[in-house]
Design a protein around this ligand. Structure first.
Ligand SMILES: *[C@@H]1O[C@H](CO)[C@@H](O)[C@H](O)[C@H]1NC(C)=O
Ligand SMILES: *[C@@H]1O[C@H](CO)[C@@H](O)[C@H](O)[C@H]1NC(C)=O
Ligand SMILES: *[C@@H]1O[C@H](CO)[C@@H](O)[C@H](O)[C@H]1NC(C)=O
Ligand SMILES: *[C@@H]1O[C@H](CO)[C@@H](O)[C@H](O)[C@H]1NC(C)=O
Ligand SMILES: *[C@@H]1O[C@H](CO)[C@@H](O)[C@H](O)[C@H]1NC(C)=O
Ligand SMILES: *[C@@H]1O[C@H](CO)[C@@H](O)[C@H](O)[C@H]1NC(C)=O
Length: 304
């Protein structure tokens, strides 16, 4: 009899821990909405003063043309996605910076159907957002074109003119120097602008229409960008974000949250959940694990 009672209590306790662990750790502060349409909004991002960390992370959720769109007014761009860590970066499991995917305007020059001769350029210096050097590429579409990425660094690429009809589609798609060129970018970049000049006549800008932009390589691989760029105003770009200029979590507290900090290449830290844990390391509720061990002891009790 006594054994049965003890077993029932154990059973109840196990069930309770199981249920507690099963409830996913929240990603937003208490009483804060964690989404805008399909877009997740984890803290330090938020929609109202009590919900975001500071103005940099303020999200405006706006109904435009029947659908909800999210904006970051601090840098004036539309948000397509916010992630606490990079799910594609599993190989470097310790290197999982927080990411945002934004709609960033395309820079163009001498294009007849665009309003002015040189448009575009973004300067987000001083913000906690950095163009991701491992996710984005600098691309320029145009021919007889030497495009330089300007602002904080000067890196560039060249593309020659070849009649589209004489080359295979596959070469155009890969942006390999024919009507389109592509290069990797350094890390820590917060200014995006471009200058263009002719390859044939060094000190001249050619009259051809040219475009330059950064783009998420995951998006690029599915686009015929040399052709499609003329129809686009924005391109999805991945930025890394960091909140450790404003939030410092001490090592003991980090451990309690089942998380760790890792330095970025531009001098700040980001926090991430240890492998096997989920939640939000920026909140006191932290990251919580899968209840695998509880499940095992639970079924063992049943077989006694
Ligand atoms: C959340 O909202 C409820 C009901 O409005 C309130 O009682 C509670 O104190 C709020 N919690 C926090 C952390 O603001
Ligand atoms: C939200 O939408 C309104 C009207 O559609 C527009 O005037 C306003 O600028 C938008 N806000 C942002 C942050 O884009
Ligand atoms: C964010 O996470 C989702 C779900 O894991 C993934 O599909 C998406 O591609 C990620 N976004 C970026 C920019 O890595
Ligand atoms: C980008 O460069 C062009 C031409 O050099 C300049 O007119 C424009 O102001 C720059 N834009 C930014 C945001 O720096
Ligand atoms: C970017 O903006 C900062 C101030 O916000 C300014 O100091 C810097 O000169 C700007 N950089 C460029 C290339 O326009
Ligand atoms: C440029 O022209 C194409 C059609 O030729 C059009 O679909 C596109 O919207 C135009 N782009 C701009 C920025 O006006």
């Amino acid at each position: 009899m006594a054994v049965q009672v003890v077993m029932r209590i154990t059973f109840f306790l196990l069930l309770t821990t199981y249920e507690l662990a099963e409830a996913a750790a929240p990603i937003a502060k208490p009483n804060c909405s964690d989404s805008c349409g399909d877009i997740y909004i984890p803290y330090p991002f938020g929609k109202t003063t009590e919900c975001y960390l500071n103005y940099w992370f303020k999200i405006v959720c706006n109904e435009t043309g029947g659908s909800l769109k999210a904006f970051l007014p601090s840098i004036g761009m539309e948000v397509l996605e916010i992630n606490l860590t990079d799910p594609y970066n599993d190989y470097y499991f310790w290197n999982d910076p927080g990411l945002v995917r934004l709609n960033v305007p395309i820079i163009s020059s001498s294009c007849k159907n665009r309003s002015s001769s040189h448009i575009g350029g973004v300067n987000i210096s001083g913000s906690p957002f950095f163009f991701s050097s491992y996710r984005d590429k600098f691309i320029s579409v145009g021919c007889d074109n030497f495009a330089m990425m300007t602002g904080m660094v000067a890196v560039g690429c060249k593309s020659n003119c070849v009649d589209k009809s004489v080359i295979e589609d596959i070469k155009l798609k890969h942006c390999s120097g024919i009507n389109c060129c592509m290069i990797t970018i350094p890390s820590g970049i917060q200014v995006l602008n471009a200058s263009f000049r002719s390859i044939k006549e060094e000190n001249k800008v050619s009259e051809e229409c040219k475009y330059a932009f950064l783009a998420d390589d995951k998006w690029l691989s599915s686009e015929d960008i040399t052709y499609n760029v003329q129809f686009l105003e924005y391109v999805p770009v991945v930025l890394e974000w960091t909140a450790s200029d404003f939030i410092t979590v001490d090592p003991n507290e980090l451990r309690r949250r089942n998380s760790e900090g890792y330095p970025t290449l531009y001098g700040t830290k980001y926090y991430y959940c240890l492998k096997g844990y989920q939640g939000n390391p920026y909140l006191p509720t932290g990251c919580q694990g899968q209840p695998i061990t509880n499940k095992l002891s639970f079924s063992r009790i049943l077989f006694i």
